[in-house]
Design a protein around this ligand. Structure first.
Ligand code: C2E
Ligand code: MG
Ligand code: MG
Ligand code: MG
Length: 285
């Protein structure tokens, strides 16, 4: 009996395994040429301040379309790019493109904070300082209008002297730092005190559990309170329903991001959804 089912499993899994392995190799190869072929694009998801509905920030999110592989989601290709080092040139492209876009929006009077995801690998290079300085200068950006999102995983390695150095340099430049996906990885409350984070991003898994689960509700309420007391801003991620929004509002969460307001959008599509009210830009709902 047991043998037979083992055998079935064996026959069943091998082709699938091969398939995922060869897909990985295809992704790896295609990734190496993706920058050269201009296959990357950034989309932007608005961050909305709840007391006046102003779009106070946008998060830049990377998209990759390859003619053979189709649209490959970042959760699939970024880990691969991190492993083989491709994330360094790709990450630099992301930073530059986000800065270029921000400068273009500033010309129109739209002044959101531009939030860019950075991977651990980028923190471990010596070049981050000069790269940031060069971009701020080239696009004439106030450093406070740029923000870098790091996950707990990325700052885990703080014994690495370069990681500490990079975080210090970002702080010194006046570029913002957001702690992304808070509460999911190797969470330690120490990250909140040991590193110069300005923003705490509450992970969508907590937000999405909000209406039904008491424990998550209590945790989110406590996180918002802790962040306030530490002088940090809070962004709740992954808000999809009016109910989640109402709860966050009652907890005085200052800023939210999620499909309820908008999916990540190409720059023109985002502009088309914005309404200008004096200096404020809001989403037309
Ligand atoms: P993240 O930084 O936590 O980004 C938020 C993710 O949640 C995005 O997925 C976004 O599209 C998605 N999201 C936003 N609102 C909602 C919602 O209401 N419901 C749900 N279910 N999802 C929502 P995306 O764009 O697929 O990115 C996935 C992850 O890939 C990001 O998570 C980030 O860790 C990474 N990533 C994306 N772009 C970059 C980049 O340029 N550089 C690096 N290093 N990582 C990136
Ligand atoms: Mg992020
Ligand atoms: Mg996140
Ligand atoms: Mg994430």
């Amino acid at each position: 009996q047991a043998r037979e089912s083992d055998d079935t499993r064996y026959r069943f899994f091998t082709p699938a395994l091969n398939e995922s392995l060869s897909r990985r190799i295809l992704v790896e190869q295609a990734l190496r040429q993706a920058l050269g072929y201009n296959e990357f694009q950034l989309v932007y998801q608005p961050q909305v301040k709840l007391d006046d509905n102003q779009v106070v920030g946008v998060e830049a999110l990377l998209r990759w379309y390859n003619p053979k592989l189709g649209q490959v989601p970042p959760d699939q290709f970024i880990p691969i790019a991190e492993e083989d080092g491709q994330i360094l040139p790709i990450g630099l492209w992301v930073l530059e493109e986000a800065c270029r876009q921000l400068a273009a929006w500033r010309e129109l009077g739209f002044n959101p904070v531009m939030s860019v995801n950075l991977s651990a690998r980028q923190l471990r290079t010596h070049e981050l300082h000069t790269q940031l300085q060069r971009l701020l200068e080239k696009y004439q950006l106030p450093s406070g209008q740029l923000e870098l999102e790091l996950t707990e995983r990325a700052v885990l390695d703080t014994s690495h002297p370069q990681v500490r150095q990079s975080l210090a340099v970002v702080e010194e430049l006046g570029v913002g730092l957001a702690l992304d996906d808070f509460g999911t990885g190797y969470s330690s409350l120490r990250y909140l005190t040991e590193h110069p984070f300005n923003v705490l991003k509450i992970d969508k898994s907590f937000v999405q559990a909000l209406p039904e689960r008491d424990r998550e509700y209590t945790l989110v309420a406590a996180l918002i309170a802790i962040a306030h007391k530490l002088g940090m801003d809070v962004v709740a991620e992954g808000v999809e329903t009016a109910e989640q929004l109402a709860i966050l509002q009652s907890l005085q969460c200052p800023v939210v991001q999620g499909y309820y307001f908008s999916r990540p959008l190409a720059p023109d599509d985002l502009l088309a959804r914005l309404e200008r009210r004096g200096q404020h830009w809001q989403l037309a709902l």
